[in-house]
Design a protein. Structure first.
Length: 296
């Protein structure tokens, strides 16, 4: 008899629904039903009143519920005691998109390792889709992505909102603008880095007009995107931090979008769990801190 089965049984008892209990566990109602009936089979006793729309425990089910709660409470106390012993130690496997892993994560990770030297963090770079898959398949402890997707069994905590800017050649007509709008890119050669989902910037553009904003080229690497803009082959929309050096050397110009629009949500994603491992808790909490002197 596994603790997961006991926890599912208790959640079914409290919610009176396989569907609601399954939602809490990030699984299907069929899984919740199987766990409930597994206990009935183990005790060779029905635990619910038959024929009702909602699930109501019978006397045997009430007794089972009471004892299951006690067992869960004991396990929680044991886990808490062990967590206190190993708090601040452990290891983490993190998957990150290149736009985060190469540019934003290193200073954050340096600060984390200095604060928690006993927690070993290993980072691997993956595409945005593969980061989500790695988290869902439990191949990594957490993932770092822009524009996180939410789904059953997946939790996302946004820890930064990074502004996008219009990037162009210093001699480009748009470079002299104090602020820009996406509509000013109509019929212009647009260069897209595939880590910045272009359709999300067109939410204010009518569907029958979007063909005026079709990208000329989409790049897999940000360096290739930047080089193409420096060659005046088109304009791009990128996080300002990625072109800070080129702007300082006057090889590129950036124009902010009006009213601070077009912010990229950067998030840590992980599987929903009853309780996160201490090392992962420390890491997620650290990401929320503002770094000294950090610029977006």
């Amino acid at each position: 008899m596994q603790m997961g089965t006991l926890r599912m049984f208790c959640d079914v008892a409290v919610t009176q629904s396989f569907t609601d209990a399954a939602r809490l566990h990030g699984c299907t109602p069929a899984n919740a039903s199987q766990s409930f009936h597994a206990l009935e089979k183990a005790f060779n006793l029905p635990l619910a009143i038959p024929g009702l729309h909602r699930i109501h425990l019978n006397p045997a089910g009430e007794i089972c519920h009471e004892h299951c709660r006690r067992l869960i409470s004991l396990e929680d106390a044991l886990v808490d005691a062990m967590d206190k012993i190993r708090a601040g130690t452990g290891s983490l496997e993190i998957a990150a998109c290149p736009c985060i892993g190469l540019y934003r994560l290193p200073p954050l990770l340096a600060g984390f390792r200095q604060t928690f030297p006993d927690i070993h963090v290993r980072v691997r770079l993956e595409s945005r889709d593969r980061v989500h898959q790695a988290v869902l398949h439990n191949d990594v402890d957490a993932g770092l992505v822009p524009y996180p997707r939410r789904g059953p069994g997946l939790a996302a905590a946004i820890f930064r909102r990074v502004p996008l800017v219009l990037v162009c050649h210093p001699a480009h007509p748009l470079a002299a603008l104090p602020q820009a709008t996406v509509r000013q890119l109509r019929n212009r050669p647009i260069l897209v880095w595939n880590q910045v989902p272009w359709p999300t910037l067109l939410t204010g553009v009518r569907a029958n007009e979007r063909h005026f904003y079709e990208p000329r080229h989409e790049f897999a690497e940000v360096d290739e995107t930047i080089e193409a803009v420096m060659a005046d082959l088109g304009v791009a929309v990128l996080p300002a931090s990625l072109v800070r050096d080129e702007v300082a050397q006057r090889r590129l110009a950036v124009v902010p979008f009006e009213n601070g629009r077009h912010l990229v949500p950067v998030a840590a994603i992980h599987r929903k769990r009853r309780k996160l491992p201490p090392a992962l808790q420390q890491f997620l909490q650290f990401l929320q801190r503002p770094m000294p002197g950090e610029k977006v």
